[in-house]
Design a protein around this ligand. Structure first.
Ligand SMILES: *Cc1c(COP(=O)(O)O)cnc(C)c1O
Length: 497
């Protein structure tokens, strides 16, 4: 197997190169030249296995240049050693008729980004060895909250890497900020910037594309790379948990082997739901994908009309990790459903860049609606869903998962479809405690984080995640905030170049 660019099919790289580079030189995303198959028999064989063993078997189909030994070192390092608070890594919890919550937040930072960012550093360092890379990799991240912390936790003290994270100083939740300010590790740096997430993201992009910056870094023995969700090394580990969830449901007698399920995902950059799409292409029995958005409902409109249009107001919501107007990973879906038509992808992406929108042909749009159903809900209904689900089932949802549950109910109401549905749960409710508590009828105003965690613990009956509980004792190592023009200067200072 090799990897090509969604904008140029003649590109031909091994997975190690694709993961090291992150993004293709033409601006396209790396995709495998074919989607490997997973037969019914193979799924059956996965059922009795552990998460790590399932991961080894699935990853080996995609990272064909990695040896079995290299792969199992990656999966053991990422998902072993009790790094995840659940021994199942990603357990499935039934909360109602046909509703199964896939809990993806048992990792060290309590958001689903850990599922990929715990293993990406292992992929990256293995890829460096395999490709004879002797420079130090510098990971630059602009974050709106969850990615930055998960990347820091993943890369901290990883030999041969350094990581710098920028966050908008007024654009992340208190817990998220505290998580980043108290980050440990000898190869990490964190800074707030005066500006919003787009400013942080643009600043990082500028450093990436600046030739002079490249030369300065090169002279110091450094090379830049990215840990954001367009890297194939972040997408491929996400395929594993959908297969694993299916196996768990077979194991627990919830479904018969071969029975179709639906998958519902709270979506931002389209990475998580795309991983489920690849799982289906491999052979996982999935009937429909339910794509859930918050008030930033560009994807709902896209699925319903075939037109992607980012020219619209941006809303800050209670589910901030889904506040996105450009869903980068959609490019991979378009490439796949168009039969690998790289010329067409170039046209669509250039329309998006120039006019902020593009439109699919009728035939392509039909391919989308055959598989995807889109819906959205605003903050009011998000919070109402948290309250309702808690009252009816005793289960506490975070603000992102609540969007998915709400949209799932909309879907069932409209279609009458009673297929058993896996709903991806992307964050621990403790990470968004103030909004979750107010949705549950409490008044969080004036309370600090330790009190909020305690109150949510009492209300929900859930254990406070150890990593969040420990925050109150941690030293604040990084409390600096810089103007947005100062990002590269800070990187140079940190790296001493
Ligand atoms: C990143 C994130 C999402 C969105 O996932 P995508 O892969 O970008 O679609 C949803 N919920 C939470 C909590 C997240 O951190």
């Amino acid at each position: 197997m090799y990897y090509m660019s969604t904008r140029d099919k003649t590109v031909k790289l091994q997975s190690a190169e694709a993961i090291k580079k992150g993004l293709a030189e033409d601006g396209g995303l790396f995709v495998p030249n074919e989607i490997p198959k997973l037969t019914k028999k193979e799924i059956e064989e996965l059922v009795p296995l552990s998460y790590i063993e399932r991961a080894n078997r699935i990853l080996k189909k995609y990272l064909t240049d990695f040896t079995a030994k290299e792969l199992s070192a990656c999966t053991e390092g990422a998902y072993g050693n009790r790094k995840f608070s659940s021994s199942d890594v990603a357990p499935v919890v039934k909360i109602g008729d046909n509703q199964y919550i896939l809990e993806l937040w048992h990792g060290p930072t309590c958001a689903f980004k850990d599922m990929a960012l715990q293993i990406l550093p292992y992929f990256m360092t293995t890829a460096m060895k395999k490709t004879g890379e002797d420079r130090t990799i510098v990971i630059l991240v602009a974050t709106s909250g969850d990615t930055g912390k998960a990347a820091l936790e993943g890369f901290k003290d990883v030999d041969g890497t350094k990581i710098v994270v920028f966050y908008p100083c007024d654009g992340v939740s208190d817990i998220q900020k505290l998580q980043m300010m108290t980050q440990e590790g000898n190869n990490v740096y964190v800074s707030g910037i005066q500006g919003n997430f787009d400013d942080a993201q643009n600043g990082v992009k500028e450093i990436f594309t600046d030739k002079e910056a490249e030369e300065v870094l090169q002279a110091g023995g450094y090379v830049l790379s990215s840990a954001n969700s367009i890297n194939w090394g972040r997408l491929v580990p996400q395929i594993v948990y959908y297969v694993s969830a299916y196996c768990d449901m077979v194991k627990n007698g919830e479904i018969k082997l071969g029975e179709k399920i639906n998958v519902c995902v709270p979506t931002g950059n389209f990475g998580n739901i795309l991983a489920a799409y690849y799982a289906r292409k491999m052979g996982l029995p999935v009937a429909k994908f339910i794509c859930a958005s918050n008030k930033n409902n560009v994807l709902t409109d896209f699925i319903r009309t075939g037109e992607y249009n980012k020219n619209r107001e941006f809303y800050s919501s209670v589910s901030p990790s889904m506040d996105i107007l450009i869903s980068s990973n959609l490019e991979r879906l378009l490439f796949d459903i168009s039969g690998g038509d790289d010329k067409r992808i170039n046209r669509l992406m250039s329309d998006l860049k120039k006019e902020g929108k593009y439109k699919l042909t009728k035939a392509l749009h039909k391919k989308v609606t055959d598989l995807f159903w889109g819906g959205f809900c605003d903050d009011y209904f998000t919070k109402e869903q948290i309250w309702k689900t808690f009252e009816e089932t005793g289960y506490t949802l975070d603000t992102h998962t609540a969007v998915a549950v709400d949209v799932y109910h909309q879907y069932v109401k409209e279609t009458g479809d009673t297929t058993k549905t896996v709903i991806a749960s992307t964050a621990s409710p403790f990470k968004f405690n103030a909004d979750v508590l107010s949705a549950m009828g409490e008044n969080p105003e004036g309370l600090g984080d330790p009190e909020l965690l305690q109150l949510l613990h009492e209300k929900s009956g859930m254990e406070i995640p150890a990593s969040l509980d420990a925050l109150k004792e941690k030293e604040k190592r990084f409390d600096g905030v810089i103007p947005k023009e100062g990002m590269f200067t800070l990187v140079r200072k940190f790296l001493n170049v």
